[in-house]
Design a protein around this ligand. Structure first.
Ligand code: NAP
Length: 620
């Protein structure tokens, strides 16, 4: 399951020189470092706001709302939907879902580019399969099937009732007297909510490279997360007849570029793929769901499969690998970046040596695959990724590399120029070379996500008018990543002082279960509000620091990308390093207790009174 064979081999038998590879990785990284770091990008807002407009659903006018709900859920992606579903199961009737998009789906609402698919197996990625009685049609489901599943969940759990779309929260203010949040939005709403759950996603704000002259381009242009089928024709399945006579440039070869390129290659008159850093591209092996297998599934199958996948990726011992795909095969290589959990049975230096060898071997195999698939040796060379496996999101495709064998596809390597040099009215320029095109499509990704609550773009005024960012000071301060002292009845679903996984929907699912359980208990016990005690919050912050795994050395060696702040070597935000399996166990144990850490005002008081509190309530 893991790649221990190479790592355990004597150096002489490796078949490669680790020092030479390390040197090659460094020189390839240095070619790509840009001094501006994150400053090289511009937001798809303001003068570039056109790139972020919703092309899928017309905006309808409505009267501002001034009503009150028990729970407001900000975000209609899987995090919000799971929370809504679990709240309904717990008996909450007054739940309002809110999203800036025109419908449910989150990521899968916005991203509809051709070829879009989930890159984690759909049987573990799509949530609530048993609850909805649905089995995905493909092992890696297409985006439209996933989006429709989001709608299915919303319909089954009655989440369209009271929902508002094309609506952005602009301010949250805690009203101590009524123990409610006052909620203001960009639609003029001034509503109230007893509880607010923020699940607004992590990679949502499209970003564009700050290419000189980008605004001079007079051809057609859009971002992959706002695909313009009106221009290209066709659908996410392809058939983009509008491109038959068009010269198209696609900028970016990350997870999105990988999925869109094969379709663009098929449909455009000519496709220029503007690449700065190649992705690693391993075998995908997608296939339709076997109906016999689907019929054989027994109750509890999805939970078992999800937990098995999560455990393997977290480096836990399991008896069987139920998913058996590219993710589970490379679990060892993912630990430092995604789960944070590391093998403590070995001396750290020895562990790192073995991990690095396994990494070299995997990347050698991936590079060898490029030579096997791509006919032109120079193109193949330029498509080889020279960095460690988890420096970028690993890619999987059985059609991407093959696209470069088509006569109408040109790979343009921009690495030595730090990306595209400039744009003119009708061309993309790299160095001195000009590529005249009709259309430029930006597959250039997203700002790395924190919710507006966390970044401060959505002001939150808690008890005593204090903002969340003031209260946090130098970084997030939460209990278990969910809530903060001074901000009663406010919950976050996100990667925030908790544990992560490549199957992020599983993470969201556990978070939604937890929040619904806390709210249900608050309701049962008649708690006045939910708010972590200051000591409980401090205890969790200490735990995060004490268990932290320092991956800054790993990131510093990586080629630039959003994982390492574009080479600024910024460490990833601190999470619970023992990993998601341990974290979920910890949450389950905590839920089995009395929840006194957070339930305030039900029953006998164990007072948590501080000078800044006006609440007279004691803890349950
Ligand atoms: P991304 O991984 O951030 O990739 C952006 C691409 O744009 C990179 O190839 C980048 O090159 C390139 N780029 C940026 N500036 C450039 C410039 N000035 N000139 C030329 N190229 C430039 O974005 P993404 O592909 O949209 O993926 C983002 C994340 O979304 C993924 O990591 C994944 O988590 C998620 N995703 C998931 C799926 C799925 O199947 N579930 C699919 C798509 C995306 P450099 O690498 O050199 O910076």
């Amino acid at each position: 399951m893991t790649e221990r064979t190479t790592a355990d081999a004597p150096l002489a038998d490796l078949g490669f020189d680790p020092d030479a590879l390390r040197e090659k990785y460094r020189s390839e990284r240095d070619r790509r470092i840009r001094p501006e770091g994150l400053g090289q990008y511009v937001r798809a807002a303001g003068e570039f706001g056109y790139y972020a407009k919703d092309p899928y659903t017309p905006r309808t006018e409505r009267q501002p709302l001034t009503d009150r709900v028990d729970v407001l859920v900000v975000g209609g992606g899987f995090g919000g939907l799971l929370t809504g579903a679990r709240l309904r199961e717990a008996g909450f009737e007054s739940v309002r879902m809110m999203d800036e998009a025109g419908d449910f789906g989150g990521t899968w609402y916005w991203n509809r580019y051709p070829g879009i698919q989930c890159d984690v197996e759909s049987y573990v990625y799509l949530p609530l399969l048993e609850e909805t009685g649905y089995v995905p049609r493909w092992r890696y489901a297409p985006g439209e099937e996933i989006r429709q599943h989001a709608v299915r969940i919303a319909e089954q759990y009655g989440l369209y009732r009271d929902a508002v779309f094309h609506t952005r929260v602009t301010e949250l203010t805690w009203d101590e007297r009524s123990a409610e949040w006052q909620v203001r939005t960009d639609r003029g709403d001034a509503m109230r909510a007893r509880y607010v759950v923020v699940s607004s996603g992590t990679l949502t704000q499209p970003k564009l490279p700050g290419i000189p002259g980008i605004e001079d381009f007079r051809g057609h242009t859009f971002h992959t997360s706002r695909w313009d089928y009106g221009y290209t024709g066709g659908s996410a399945d392809g058939g983009m007849t509008g491109l038959a006579d068009k010269r198209v440039a696609v900028v970016g070869t990350g997870a999105t570029g990988l999925q869109a390129v094969p379709h663009l290659a098929r449909d455009a008159a000519h496709l220029y793929v503007m690449q700065r850093t190649p992705s690693s591209v391993d075998v995908r092996d997608n296939r339709p769901t076997d109906p016999e297998w689907a019929a054989s599934l027994r109750p509890g199958w999805q939970k078992e499969r999800m937990e098995n996948f999560l455990a393997i990726l977290a480096g836990e011992e399991v008896e069987r690998d139920l998913v058996q795909d590219g993710w589970t095969a490379t679990a060892r290589l993912q630990r430092m970046m995604i789960t944070g959990a590391v093998d403590t049975s070995l001396d750290p230096a020895e562990r790192e040596r073995l991990d690095e060898l396994a990494d070299f071997a995997t990347m050698n195999r991936i590079r060898a695959r490029v030579d096997e698939v791509v006919d032109d040796p120079a193109t193949a060379e330029a498509l080889k990724p020279w960095y460690r496996y988890m420096c970028k999101r690993p890619g999987f495709s059985d059609t991407y590399l093959q696209a470069y064998n088509r006569p109408n596809v040109s790979l343009v390597d921009t690495a030595d120029h730090g990306g595209i040099t400039r744009m003119t009215a009708n061309a993309v320029v790299v160095g001195e070379d000009e590529y005249a095109v009709d259309c430029v499509i930006f597959a250039t990704g997203f700002e790395v996500g924190v919710s507006g609550v966390v970044s401060g773009t959505l002001p939150v005024y808690g008890r005593g008018g204090r903002t969340l960012l003031e209260a946090w000071g130098r970084g997030p301060r939460t209990l278990h990543g969910f809530y903060s002292h001074g901000f009663p009845n406010l919950f976050h679903l996100a990667a925030l002082q908790n544990a992560n996984s490549v199957n992020f929907v599983h993470i969201l699912s556990e978070q939604a279960d937890h929040i619904a359980a806390v709210l249900a208990r608050a309701h049962e016990t008649g708690a006045h509000h939910v708010e972590p005690a200051r000591e409980a919050e401090q205890g969790w912050c200490d735990t995060i620091v004490e268990t932290a795994v320092d991956n800054s050395a790993f990131l510093a060696e990586c080629t630039p990308g959003y994982y390492n702040g574009e080479g600024t070597r910024r460490a990833t935000p601190r999470s619970y390093s023992p990993g998601p399996v341990a974290f979920h166990r910890l949450l389950a144990e905590w839920r089995a207790g009395d929840m006194n850490d957070v339930l305030v005002g039900a029953g006998a008081a164990t007072a948590d009174t501080t000078a800044d509190e006006t609440s007279a309530e004691g803890r349950a």
